[in-house]
Design a protein around this ligand. Structure first.
Ligand SMILES: Cc1cc2nc3c(=O)[nH]c(=O)nc-3n(C[C@H](O)[C@H](O)[C@H](O)COP(=O)(O)OP(=O)(O)OC[C@H]3O[C@@H](n4cnc5c(N)ncnc54)[C@H](O)[C@@H]3O)c2cc1C
Length: 530
């Protein structure tokens, strides 16, 4: 197949990082860019889907890091677009812990166990820290966070659990989203609050609006042929002169630069091959990055049977099996008034915030890693049966069966292969630097390349901006170099001409040509000389 016209930059992937990168390039005058997206839509891990009568977020659901001194750029965009969001209050979840017989653990016991679990986690961390002699000097700062986002990073090792611990401590210890270690930047820099996106237009509305700013759209549809969907990139052939991109359907594209935004899970898979292969420092760094699988399972019921109201926004199922249908969230969660005020202070449009999805009768249960993979590999009917047993343990046998189930499969999606990156808990900066470092003309972007905010939507957004700035800088360098070469090239005939006039220029060398000839640039050289 004939190669398409060469582009200045090809962006692989139309998730938040790829689109942010493309937007910055377009704003800087790079019109001949091309975005190749493997799936049939933009958004990547930001994705809404109709379930029952409402749109639910299969991927990113929260804007995390709000209310601090520095403003989260994604929160700002959401505010500008009037995206409807609801404050998430995790503080009471520890008081809504059910055992297998449906009893709620008394709050005192729950709080004690919680503290015990946190202390134990801190001890584990300290142990790991002191064992980590090699990394100690370079390591990224980390802290123990509690009550942080449910999609965040685990710190506890399931395989080392002690069967004699009481069941409640056990369940806390294995709530990987409950007690966690993570880079603190999101919460320290942007604030500790989180808002659930509860808007029919979806979280992805942000991305459509972003795309609209530089791609041709009509009636909400992107019609610009610089965005090509269903283009699965399989090979990147790179040299010092440019990059050739080959897609699964046999198309070939050429560019001066490539920005690759595929997830860390995809980079760890064999979906994309590189010719020549990536250097060892790069592949090792990619391998070292942990990937997290996080799955939200949506269940629709004919009516609501779970408790609701303030303090009941989340509930937990304590089971001896790690992460077994542990964390539950009703989608029609009430929002305490105090947070309305906070939201109003933050200037977001929250006209009707009593319920995120009023009357939807939807429950969401979240699973991670091994449990996610297990559930992904079985049928939805089997998952539905398991979830119903858990719910009947908690709420009795009289509850109705779910009428519908939705199980996203991020791990088995070959264009994702993970939910988000999770750097090794005690990792040194070198790994992160290597993951984001370019290889020749291939630049890497995506949430996994964000040093401070990996794992988050704002991490992807900021990474895209940073990467495109780095590419622009390279392009400028290229331009300067080309100018120099062109001038040298253009000066050759001039010198040839003048050198024949031996009397005037005897002994003149190329480097001695007066600088004003250079300074005026190639357009400044009179055509007659050529
Ligand atoms: C279930 C879940 C819950 C989450 N919850 C939150 C949350 O609440 N808040 C939050 O801030 N973050 C959350 N995240 C993380 C957040 O969604 C991601 O960090 C962010 O969306 C990543 O954006 P990205 O551009 O780096 O990658 P992606 O969105 O993955 O974009 C990469 C794009 O590249 C495409 N691609 C891959 N391979 C190829 C190929 N070979 N050829 C062409 N195209 C290719 C993919 O199809 C994709 O569109 C969650 C993620 C998941 C999965």
């Amino acid at each position: 197949m004939e190669p398409s016209p060469r582009s200045s930059v090809i962006i692989i992937g139309a998730g938040v990082s790829g689109l942010s990168a493309a937007k910055v390039l377009a704003e800087n005058g790079i019109g001949d860019l091309l975005i190749l997206e493997a799936s049939d839509r933009i958004g990547g891990r930001i994705r809404k889907e109709k379930f029952g009568d409402v749109s639910v977020e299969l991927g990113a659901g929260w804007i995390a890091g709000v209310g601090g001194k520095e403003s989260n750029p994604v929160w700002e965009i959401a505010a500008k677009l009037g995206l409807r969001t609801c404050f998430s209050d995790y503080s009471n979840a520890r008081y809504n812990i059910y055992d297998r017989s449906g009893k709620i653990f008394p709050s005192g016991i729950a709080a004690d166990s919680y503290k015990k679990a946190v202390d134990s986690a801190i001890q584990k961390l300290k142990g790991r820290e002191s064992n980590c002699v090699e990394d100690a000097t370079n390591r990224t700062d980390f802290t123990l966070q509690v009550e942080q986002p449910i999609f965040a990073f685990p710190c506890l090792d399931a395989k080392k659990s002690n069967a004699n611990e009481n069941i409640l401590v056990f369940s806390f210890m294995h709530l990987e989203f409950w007690i966690e270690v993570e880079p603190i930047s999101t919460y320290v820099d942007f604030g500790e609050r989180e808002f659930l996106v509860a808007d029919e237009r979806g979280y992805e509305y942000l991305l459509y609006k972003m795309a609209e700013e530089f791609l041709f759209t009509s009636e909400g549809k992107i019609l610009d042929n610089r965005l090509k969907l269903n283009k699965v990139v399989r090979e990147l052939q790179h040299s010092r002169n440019g990059v050739t991109v080959k897609t699964e359907d046999g198309c070939v594209y050429e560019a001066d630069y490539v920005i690759l935004s595929a997830s860390i899970g995809v980079l760890q898979s064999d979906l994309i091959s590189f010719r020549p292969p990536l250097p060892r420092w790069k592949t090792e760094a990619i391998e070292k990055c942990d990937v997290m699988v996080y799955t939200k399972i949506f269940l629709k019921f004919p009516y609501k049977f779970w408790p609701c109201g303030p303090g009941k926004e989340f509930f937990i199922y304590a089971h001896e099996r790690r992460g077994y249908y542990t964390f539950w969230q009703p989608l029609n969660t009430a929002i305490p008034g105090i947070h309305l005020k906070l939201a109003a202070d933050l200037l977001l449009c929250h006209q009707h915030m009593e319920n995120a999805y009023p009357g939807s009768n939807i429950l969401v249960v979240t699973l991670t890693n091994d449990e996610s993979k297990r559930v992904e590999s079985q049928s939805d009917e089997e998952t539905l049966k398991e979830a119903m047993v858990v719910l009947r343990d908690m709420f009795g046998t009289d509850i109705p069966d779910a009428t519908d189930i939705l199980v996203p499969r991020w791990w088995n999606n070959r264009f994702q292969r993970c939910s988000y990156s999770n750097y090794p808990m005690i990792s040194n900066n070198q790994v992160i630097n290597d993951i984001k470092a370019p290889v020749g003309r291939i630049f890497f972007t995506g949430e996994h390349t964000s040093e401070r905010f990996n794992g988050y939507v704002h991490g992807g957004h900021l990474a895209g901006i940073d990467t495109s700035k780095a590419v622009l800088e390279e392009m400028r360098k290229d331009e300067r170099q080309n100018d120099k070469q062109n001038q040298n090239f253009l000066l050759e005939p001039l010198l040839a001409l003048t050198l024949t006039q031996a009397d005037a220029v005897s002994g003149l060398h190329k480097c001695d040509v007066p600088t004003q000839l250079y300074l005026s640039g190639k357009l400044g050289i009179p055509e007659a000389i050529l």
